[in-house]
Write a protein that binds this ligand. Structure first.
Ligand SMILES: C[S@@+](CC[C@H](N)C(=O)[O-])C[C@H]1O[C@@H](n2cnc3c(N)ncnc32)[C@H](O)[C@@H]1O
Length: 216
């Protein structure tokens, strides 16, 4: 069965993301996100437990596991998690990552983690990102770290960006949403990259990067 994303009900995120990751589709490279890798290289953490929200096919979760973390990866799409699980097994890291199908709009897994990450937890379908990020902060253990990475601007070459790519929050807006009075803000900024369009136009796009630490 094939159909375009446009046939799908924007209020049914499970159907949208199952279709997005349906067998044969490999929407992501499988590599970890460079913004996360660079940030943890800039200021490393001792690897303990990590939770990756909206882990997709597991690029970040598997990379974290390879760095020594014990990782829980959650996503709404069982198709994505199936791919992630296979990749983790192939990398010999299957014992270090637990995959859970969770609709984050219905709540987070119970527990606390020393590192909570959310990379590009953004969607053209229903997703209460602000509420999820606030709940994510509650899942950070005392002394733990949260890293939130998001698209902040569409690529400069995109003359008519899709609706969900407009008005995306910058790092300060993410911080305001989180409203974390006594946490340490370790980083809150825009990171700008070169970006090439499908037909070869070169421009830039920016991501927001927020790294905060909960008091011990
Ligand atoms: C833009 S993708 C980013 C995936 C991955 N973090 C990455 O950086 O490649 C957004 C992810 O969020 C997941 N997602 C969207 N809504 C969700 C929800 N309500 N609960 C859990 N995951 C959700 C999607 O299935 C998708 O994998």
């Amino acid at each position: 069965m094939t159909h375009s994303h446009h046939d799908l009900d924007p209020q049914d995120p499970t159907a949208f993301w199952e279709d997005f990751y349906s067998p044969g589709r490999r929407p992501w490279s499988g590599r970890p996100n460079r913004v996360l890798v660079d940030e943890l290289a800039r200021k490393p953490l001792v690897p303990t437990t990590a939770l990756d929200l909206g882990c997709g096919t597991g690029g970040d979760a598997i990379w974290l596991a390879a760095q020594g973390w014990t990782v829980t990866g959650v996503d709404i799409s069982s198709a994505a998690l199936h791919q992630a699980e296979q990749e983790a097994e192939a990398a010999g890291l299957g014992d270090h990552v637990t995959w859970q199908r969770v609709d984050l709009d219905q709540g987070l897994p119970v527990g606390t983690w020393d590192l909570v990450t959310a990379a590009y937890l953004q969607a053209p379908v229903a997703l209460s990102r602000d509420a999820v990020l606030r709940a994510a902060a509650d899942a950070v253990a005392p002394g733990g770290t949260m890293v939130v990475i998001g698209h902040a601007t569409p690529p400069t070459w995109a003359t008519d960006p899709p609706e969900h790519m407009r008005g995306m929050p910058d790092a300060d807006e993410v911080l305001r949403t989180l409203d974390l009075s006594d946490w340490t803000v370790e980083r809150a900024e825009l990171v700008t990259f070169e970006s090439t369009s499908p037909d070869g136009a070169v421009g830039t796009r920016s991501d927001s990067l927020v790294r905060v630490r909960r008091p011990s």
